[in-house]
Design a protein around this ligand. Sequence first.
Ligand SMILES: [Zn+2]
Ligand SMILES: [Zn+2]
Length: 448
Amino acid sequence: MTHWSHGKIVHMVLYTPGSTTNYDSSPIEEGKFRYHFLGGGPEVGNVGCILEDSSGTRLQIDYGFVPKKPPTYPEEGPPVSDVILTHSHIDHVGLAPWVVASHGAKLHCTELTADVLEMIWRDTYKVSSIEGQPLPWDKRDLEEALDQIVTHPFDEWVEHGDWKWRFLPAGHIPGAAMVEIQLGERNILWSGDIDTRTSPCVVGAKPIKSDILFLESTYAGREQPDRESEVQRFLERVVEVVERGGTCLIPSFANGRGQDMLRYLWESNLDLDVHYDGMGKRILNHYLNHPDYIRDVDVFRKIKRWARLVSSKSDRKKAINADVIVTTSGMLDGGPAHWYLNRLRHDQRNAILLTGYQAEGSGGRQMLDDSRLKIFGKLVDINLEVDQFSFSNHADNPLLVDFAKQVCADDVILFHGNRDDGQELLKNELENEGMTIHQPENCQSYLL
Ligand SMILES: [Zn+2]
Ligand SMILES: [Zn+2]
């Protein structure tokens, strides 16, 4: 069995669930509320947080890890009966089976999140077995976790001890939710990962009045390019490459980004031969099965018929001559993108159009920095035109400030963001609006 804490992996012979958590379970003063980030406080990803008040009511929100090499994990959590999962990204749900196996917790999420997370968990399990990466849950835990899922539509109040809570749309990706929690006199708004802009797949998040706001801050201090002009710039580049006889490889995350890219291409009305490969195809099917969570489901039904879905080796060979290939992985860490690139790299008419941020240590980052990429275990030169676009589904600094102003909270807790100059900027702007800003560390309890 594997035990983990503070991001370090330690193999142990004996394993007592919950006995090694840092969480201080001592009673809380009347009228106070305690929060404790297991991870995801001063960092993007690894999200997990325990909320508790003097009535003894306790909830956990999210439990994920960052699947880099080696992966990073949040702290081990204390016993909980219920975990709310905001959305199906692995840095928010990747460890949820552990909480079920260790504490028998129920997992709450939207219906679409439930369908996608089953895929994400199975894929995570497969990848960790192939790569020999440690994972603190096994296949049996996964099956047990699936049995413990309870789904809720947006706006439905759920009783929990002395509290009640509900999901609200978060934008970001289909199925993603913010959480409003009513505890006694006060209410909390947990933003989850949010985008207040309407994207190709989802309608943007709308603020509600709250006393306490937990605000994600991935893009604190930064401004994103105007969406429309970025789409324009992207389409112009596609046309340029296609006109010179090349193929555009568009590496995109499977859950949200790929489908966004398909819609931009479809709406352009350009006469393009677009092929779609990777796990995103199955995720698109889940979106279509849950029309309530997706913007303009009919448009996506058309897109599914319009794009050529790659489902066999011969489809893949045909796609090599396409105008555009949209596929995983979004950061060129593997997936069909490597298979395509291994063939496309020999013809300089081809191009790679990156659709977002490329993290330190990712294949995409290495390619940008020194025009080389490790494909199937071999480091190869990539002498193709590479362009990078910003199609993030997170609210940037001006949008976060706008959102927080409308929430009108007295206290704002900044999480899911690095403690850098950008976050200081956001903090200052919010303080100027009269809000009290908190910047919690992981593995520490705070009272409000
Ligand atoms: Zn996130
Ligand atoms: Zn996310």
